[in-house]
Design a protein around this ligand. Structure first.
Ligand code: G3P
Ligand code: CA
Length: 230
């Protein structure tokens, strides 16, 4: 079962920072998960729509020009990273999950991600693109059929592979609170992979591994490694 550091090693360093991503790979994680917004100046890595939780500053992330955002301290003196900087923390052969929180221009997004990838060590086959907005994923898949798509969902829907089928997805990425054994069995039986977020407790890690889950997103990759690969 692959271990992805959720927003990087986000218990040891500020989430979604280069420090958290570098630490994740130093610890030995298989990959990192991070959140992205399409800003007018390029793709940036941040979780919230607003700045308050991370910077104690009022306002919306996307209302600020990039040079102002770049000056903000998001913890331990870290700055908001770009997609390109983030991909450059990933060693060759390791994985990433680019979660899209905001997207306006799909063609520009695909072009920007491909350009950033080409300037990094990351292999296209190790990139998983996910979002709760499956319309964006459909449009990305149409322009970039080779990229792996993760149909992200917070619920166990009655037809739990409908979106994955429509998107020709690689995986269904499901919330820990919604997943059970039957979900995993159904999704795997239809040939999709299963990723679960956010898994920080050893008992849950062992349970999901037993069910055959492909990967987990965890805030504590150090703990996950000691539990799953003692
Ligand atoms: O991609 C899984 C998970 O990160 C989705 O929820 O709010 O942590 O971005 P959130
Ligand atoms: Ca996320």
């Amino acid at each position: 079962m692959r271990i992805y550091a959720h927003r990087g090693a986000s218990k040891l360093a500020p989430e979604n920072t280069l420090k958290a991503f570098n630490l994740a790979f130093e610890i030995g994680a298989d990959g990192i998960e991070f959140d992205t917004y399409q800003h007018t100046d390029g793709i940036i890595v941040f979780h919230d729509r607003t700045l308050i939780r991370r910077t104690n500053t009022q306002g919306y992330l996307l209302s600020q020009p990039w040079d102002k955002l770049r000056m903000l301290d998001i913890g331990d003196g870290e700055q908001i990273p770009t997609l390109s900087e983030t991909l450059n923390t990933i060693p060759r052969g390791k994985w990433c999950n680019i979660e899209i929180k905001h997207l306006v221009d799909v063609a520009l997004w695909v072009n920007d991600v491909k350009t950033a990838l080409a300037q990094s060590q990351v292999l296209e086959e190790n990139v998983l693109v996910s979002s709760f907005n499956h319309h964006w994923l459909r449009d990305i898949a149409a322009l970039w059929p080779e990229v792996k798509i993760g149909a992200l969902s917070a619920s166990y829907e009655l037809d739990c592979t409908a979106s994955a089928r429509a998107l020709c997805a690689y995986s269904v990425n499901i919330a820990l609170d919604a997943v059970d054994k039957s979900f995993v069995e159904r999704v795997l039986a239809e040939g999709f992979n299963v990723y679960v977020y956010t898994v920080d407790e050893p008992e849950d890690m062992r349970m999901l591994e037993k069910w055959g889950v492909t990967g987990i997103f965890t805030n504590v990759p150090d703990k996950a490694l000691s539990v799953l690969h003692p």
